[in-house]
Design a protein around this ligand. Structure first.
Ligand code: OGA
Ligand code: NI
Length: 359
């Protein structure tokens, strides 16, 4: 591995956090230092992480008797409405596959910078290696390296960005993504039923769903109190599935009751969250909850995130079932492809992106 020659580095000008970590600068470069109001407060970061986030037993939905299915569907509906985030156990995804996916992602991030830069994200795009959502020189950077790929439909793929190293990486992403697609489709079925709709309502509406994967690697940071791992945002998807690598410290926080709540994740569980699409379709009954990630002083953290969304040509608006005299229509009708474009051409800024659709 060819190390980056230190003499050629002006610390303030490196924006690859893994490279920064290697040279361990005495101070955190300005580009990563957040304004006071954005910094993670130690009180929150040190408070015991939430343990009462809902946990759904997937096998009760897919293999349970009528009563178990009903009970678990209600639990799921309640989780979507009161949390927007929940964990899924017994999700039927092979644990070995999850482990291999973790290992491959980690191997990718550990490659020399020059190797990863072969898959560099081009300006104005969101696939490849690099930091998405950065549009100006004075925008703060996240303490995170990302690698993202479009998965389905096939036409969104850019074959040049699929890594040749590690050797089995691309094949693993392929197999893993097929499994994640099943999880999303199954969950959407029960989310539909829990809303009193037909089980196939979202599947029919979404057409050939758009699926993408993003691996987020957060190196340790000597001053986690000054930086953010990932800026606050809501997801532009319908559903998001997150796998956190084994041994990762607590890092993800959700904004609940106006407070940042750190999430303690159960090993081998999948973390699911409601994205902007479902918020719009349910006219805000289910919310796409704002979240962010913080860095850790000594430990790195890796997450593998699947985004599942409608086909680009789909027109979205609140479903009539959720609009009445009491609940006026909160979102206009819009084209999902246009929303996706809007999402990826703006910086992550809490729930601001969804203003696009607000009436
Ligand atoms: C995301 C996300 C959180 C994490 O990728 O959209 O919210 O913990 N990730 O990596
Ligand atoms: Ni997110």
């Amino acid at each position: 591995m060819a190390p980056v020659p230190i003499s050629s580095i002006k610390v303030g000008h490196i924006d690859d956090v893994q490279e920064l970590r290697k040279i361990r600068p005495k101070t955190i470069p300005e580009r990563f230092v957040r304004d006071m109001s954005e910094r993670p407060t130690p009180a929150i970061t040190l408070s015991p992480p939430s343990s009462d986030m809902p946990v759904i037993d997937f096998s009760k939905l897919t293999k349970g008797n009528t009563e178990q299915i009903q009970t678990e569907t209600l639990k799921l509906a309640d989780a979507c409405e009161s949390w927007g985030f929940f964990q899924v156990l017994n999700h039927e995804v092979d644990l070995t596959l999850m482990e291999i996916m973790e290992k491959s992602s980690r191997e990718f991030f550990m490659l020399p910078l020059e190797e990863k830069q072969k898959y560099q994200m081009a300006p104005g795009t969101v696939q490849g290696y690099g930091q998405a959502f950065v549009f100006s020189e004075d925008q703060k950077l996240d303490w995170c390296n990302m690698f993202a790929l479009g998965i389905e439909p096939q036409f969104i793929r850019n074959p040049n960005l699929w890594p040749k190293k590690p050797a089995t990486f691309s094949e693993t992403v392929e197999v893993y993504s097929r499994e994640m697609r099943k999880v999303c489709q199954n969950l959407l079925k029960y989310i539909g039923l829990g809303l009193g709709l037909e089980g196939d309502v979202f599947e029919k509406m979404f057409g050939v769903a758009v699926q993408a994967i993003r691996m987020n690697y957060y190196p340790p940071c000597s001053r986690p109190d000054l930086v953010l791992g990932l800026s606050p945002h809501s997801d532009g998807s319908a559903l998001t599935v997150l796998q956190q690598a084994k041994g990762s410290p607590v890092g993800l926080q959700i904004l609940k009751d106006q407070t940042w709540l750190p999430l303690q994740l159960i090993p081998n569980a999948l973390l699911i969250n409601i994205g902007d699409t479902i918020e719009v379709l349910t006219n805000g009954k289910y919310k796409s909850v704002e979240h962010r990630a913080v860095a850790h002083k000594d430990k790195d953290r890796l997450s593998i995130v699947t985004f599942y969304a409608p086909s680009y040509e789909v027109e979205l608006s609140p479903m009539q079932e959720f609009v009445d005299e009491k609940n006026t229509c909160k979102y206009r009708r819009y084209n999902h492809g246009e929303y996706s474009k809007h999402y990826v051409t703006n910086k992550l800024q809490g729930k601001k992106t969804l203003d696009f659709a607000k009436i």
